[in-house]
Design a protein around this ligand. Structure first.
Ligand code: NAD
Ligand code: MG
Length: 391
């Protein structure tokens, strides 16, 4: 068995920690080449002590100095770097062949694109990168010639439900009619709209089924997450938008489905535990133990499915509109949402203002072609500024 060398962008986050949990159980298959974190220096130091990567990256010089000291005290020789360009070095200079892209938000775009261009196997959790730059990203993957494996549970499920030939040549004779993305509906699925005004960050981050980072937890509550995932599916699987459907499925057992022309619907089921898609991506096309308990169907009370109520989840309609508009509209949607969610989490902005900020910025900014990384980063910056000004 050849050993795979893994770089984890965002190793201290929820996906990063779950990835290391799977890697830890398979020392014969995986070696860690690079680990990166924003600000959680102590956790990163512990990870470096355990996995001994060639490179570790943090956001700034202060953090790097602290990490450097913690590692030298333990005689660990990992090279410590900092800043956005160092994230690219973690991908291109650590000797990795596989990159787990698990930084949250736009900050993950540039190193993930670098992984695509360099022909790495890209395990994509960072959906914001694909939403911002779908066309460029898919082109970069083709150019680099590496494999793109979705880690987002819905997209991983769809990948598993599609025929093996599909990802290489989407071909009408394969009979794929629709993709059905499931959504739990988050913690406020059945909370009346008039009670959402006073929602706190703690309430919004208490997801009923999944344990995740704070930004994606808020996105799940507003269902912006599912909107981003529709755009993600559009780029990953190359089907027209109208063939990508969303279903509310509160139990989060069916992770998504593919409907075929002949009447078949193929679903992937499992525990709501990200180690399943992570293990799938790491070992593909083989399957390995993910440390996840077996699913017991007889212990489930029921599985139910409903259409989402767009009036209850305005962020979902905004995402559909941005997807339809195309060009830079998804970039703007994502940027405005990142600013609005941060203002809700950190500055006490009311929860119900999140869709208002996104709508305002979408209306304000013209849609242009998203044809270069410079253009995308510029539009992203403008949309962030417009969102901040409005807040
Ligand atoms: P998280 O907040 O728990 O972790 C984010 C990681 O990114 C951390 O390691 C953090 O240090 C790093 N980071 C944050 N800002 C950074 C910056 N400016 N520069 C460098 N590093 C930075 O988030 P998460 O829940 O692990 O989610 C990560 C990504 O995976 C997101 O894009 C999310 O949408 C996606 N995702 C997560 C889950 C889940 O179950 N958690 C499921 C599907 C998709
Ligand atoms: Mg998901």
């Amino acid at each position: 068995m050849t050993i795979k060398h893994i770089a984890i962008l965002g190793s201290t986050g929820s996906i990063g920690v779950n990835t290391l949990d799977v890697i830890r159980a398979h020392p014969d298959r995986f070696k860690v080449s690079a680990l990166t974190a924003g600000k959680q220096i102590d956790r990163l130091a512990q990870q470096c002590a355990e996995f001994k990567p060639a490179i570790a990256v943090v956001s700034d010089a202060d953090g790097a100095a602290r990490l450097e000291k913690l590692l030298r005290d333990q005689k660990i020789s990992t090279q410590v770097l900092y800043g956005p360009q160092a994230l690219v070095s973690a991908v291109t200079e650590s000797g990795c062949d596989t990159v787990m892209a698990a930084i949250v938000g736009a900050a993950g775009l540039v190193p993930t694109l670098a992984a695509a261009k360099a022909g790495k196997r890209v395990l994509l959790a960072n959906k914001e990168a694909l939403v911002m730059s779908g066309n460029l990203f898919i082109q970069a993957m083709k150019q680099g010639g590496g494999e793109l494996l979705p880690i987002d549970s819905e997209h991983n499920a769809i990948f598993q439900c599609l025929p093996a030939q599909f990802s290489k040549t989407p071909n009408p004779s394969l009979g794929v009619e629709e993709l059905w993305l499931t959504a739990s509906g988050g913690p406020f699925r059945s909370t009346p709209l008039e009670q959402l005004g006073g929602i706190t960050p703690e309430q919004a981050c208490a997801h009923p089924n999944w344990v995740m980072g704070r930004k994606i937890s808020v996105d799940s509550a507003t269902m912006m997450n599912k909107g981003l995932e529709v755009i993600e599916a559009f780029w990953l699987f190359g089907l027209p938008l109208e063939k990508i459907k969303v279903l509310i499925h509160p139990q989060s057992v069916v992770h998504s489905m593919v409907r075929y022309r002949d009447g078949s619907v193929i679903a992937q089921l499992g525990q709501p535990d990200m180690r399943t898609p992570i293990a799938y991506g790491l070992a593909w096309p083989e399957r390995i133990d993910a440390g996840v308990a077996p699913l017991s169907l007889t212990q489930l009370a029921a599985l139910s499915f409903n259409e989402p109520d767009l009036a209850h989840f305005p962020c979902l309609s905004l995402a559909f509109a941005a997807a339809k508009a195309g060009g830079t509209a998804p970039t703007v949607l994502n940027a405005a949402n990142e600013i609005a969610v941060a203002a809700f989490l950190d500055e006490g902005m009311p929860y119900l203002r999140i869709p208002l900020v996104v709508e305002k910025v979408l209306n304000l900014m013209p849609v242009v072609n998203a044809d270069s990384i410079e253009c995308i980063l510029e539009i992203d910056a403008q949309a962030r500024k417009a969102a901040r000004d409005f807040i």
